[in-house]
Ligand binder design. Sequence first.
Ligand SMILES: NC(=O)c1ccc[n+]([C@@H]2O[C@H](COP(=O)([O-])OP(=O)(O)OC[C@H]3O[C@@H](n4cnc5c(N)ncnc54)[C@H](OP(=O)(O)O)[C@@H]3O)[C@@H](O)[C@H]2O)c1
Length: 50
Amino acid sequence: MNGNEKIALVTGASSGFGLLISVSLARQGYRVVATMRDLDRQSSLLQEAE
Ligand SMILES: NC(=O)c1ccc[n+]([C@@H]2O[C@H](COP(=O)([O-])OP(=O)(O)OC[C@H]3O[C@@H](n4cnc5c(N)ncnc54)[C@H](OP(=O)(O)O)[C@@H]3O)[C@@H](O)[C@H]2O)c1
């Protein structure tokens, strides 16, 4: 980690806007901390992140 790293915290990342924003920011170079209430619903985010 360095002083120029861009970090985003996104809640509600299992679907919808939260999922889309998480993926979009990651592709723009952000380190994304994505949270969701039910980790059993993480598969969509993991697939998009590949
Ligand atoms: N998608 C569109 O084109 C569109 C257009 C206009 C308006 N909207 C409105 O914008 C809002 C978001 O749309 P979306 O497509 O992103 O919806 P979504 O996929 O149904 O939900 C997005 C996130 O909301 C979180 N969430 C749902 N119920 C919650 C609760 N009771 N407490 C805390 N978090 C909760 C979930 O977080 P977890 O990951 O933690 O489960 C989920 O990931 C909705 O109200 C929708 O009606 C959507």
